[in-house]
Design a protein around this ligand. Structure first.
Ligand code: PRP
Length: 173
């Protein structure tokens, strides 16, 4: 199996996650806890680091979504496979590893908003360029310059490479 070429180092990720955690805490009134909802599977590592960097009490939950369509075409339908627990009245933070089309994020946002949280914020470690959808993302770690497929730090190709501490690209073969 080829080793991905590093694009964003573990050190760069650590620094940026610290900045995101500080910015996130500033958005929520002092003394009020945050409720993080991680998007599985890709978001598990980002959430684990983000919650440890947060200078505030936080609770943690997860959601799992699946999009339909194959290859480069998407039907636009995203199914909520595992719903998060109710969030009414909470300061909810969606923790996404990467936003590509934005359909996954939009589906989860609508689900959570229907439950009337006190606030809803999205933090995404990575954002791809050229997205058609207007889904709001309050905090972004890194914006990728092109449409290259990235792996590592939770992100996979056929379930491989999630364990890498950095984000890398696979050389075209
Ligand atoms: C990936 C990624 C995001 C989503 C973004 O998850 O982790 O959750 O796709 O895509 P979108 O913005 O185009 O909707 P994936 O469905 O590959 O599942 P995984 O996290 O379990 O690998």
């Amino acid at each position: 199996m080829p080793t991905p070429t590093p694009l964003i180092s573990a050190e760069q990720i650590r620094t940026r996650v610290g900045e995101l955690a500080a910015a996130l805490a500033q958005r929520i009134p002092d003394g009020e806890p945050l409720h993080l909802v991680g998007v599985l599977k890709g978001g598990f590592m980002f959430l684990a680091d983000l919650v440890r960097a947060l200078p505030r009490p936080a609770t943690v939950d997860f959601a799992r979504l699946a999009s339909y369509g194959s290859g480069t075409t998407s039907s636009g339908a995203v199914q909520l496979v595992t719903a998060p627990h109710p969030v009414r009245g909470r300061h909810v933070v969606i923790v996404e590893d990467i936003v590509d089309t934005g359909l996954t994020l939009e589906r989860l946002r609508q689900h959570l908003l229907a439950d009337q949280p006190q606030s809803l914020t999205t933090v995404a470690l990575l954002s791809k360029p050229g997205r058609a959808s207007e889904v709001p993302i309050e905090l972004v770690g890194f914006t990728l310059e092109d449409d290259r497929f990235v792996v590592g730090y939770g992100l996979d190709l056929d379930q491989q490479h999630r364990q890498l501490p950095y984000i890398g690209v696979l050389d075209p073969s």
